[in-house]
Design a protein around this ligand. Sequence first.
Ligand code: SF4
Length: 212
Amino acid sequence: MTITYEVGDGLYINMTNRCSNACTFCVRVIKDGVGASSVGDRLYGAEGSLWLEREPSLDEIIAEIKSRDLTKYSEFVFCGYGEPTYRLYDMIKAAEFVKTISDIPIRVNTNGNASLINGITVEEAAKLFYGRFDIVSISLNTSTPEAYVKVCRSVFGEAAWHNLLEFGAVVSKYVPKVIYSVVRATDPDEDLELCRRLAESHGGELRIREPL
Ligand code: SF4
């Protein structure tokens, strides 16, 4: 079971495969079906598929982090093959542990719906990031809620798009940097200039990613 894996010079951690979205471009959605994904294996190479046969416990996650030499990496990233805030409170504890052993910057890649997923307010969710995370990267993906529903297919519908922007604006008070990401050419109505204005008016900056 692959809990941590390397991408570039970063060390990534995979705590869950659950997600409230089913983005049209996601490797979770375009996987080849059963068990280990050939897409995942191709993406993540020798360290194997990111499909978890079960979610690792917090103890297993801490043990995995201890087994890695964090001095080798430029950042530690909560990401995975799912939405890490499904494990919000374990993620917080894991980040706290990393902070006790290393000065490595910690990033979270999220769909920005931690409050909806955990049934708490945006302010409550955002406050938890204070002192634990250095960068929050939020998948914005579309310039309108109507397009978001088509591209990201969230169980929360259009509310997910409004919620992620609200979360980004609030969490920007608690972390040094917020990034909103868009995967190029996944939204047929893509308006990158509007995405940039949305990002900047909600406490962050826009980053455009190329599709896999
Ligand atoms: S939010 Fe991320 S993990 Fe979830 S479906 Fe979209 S790309 Fe995949």
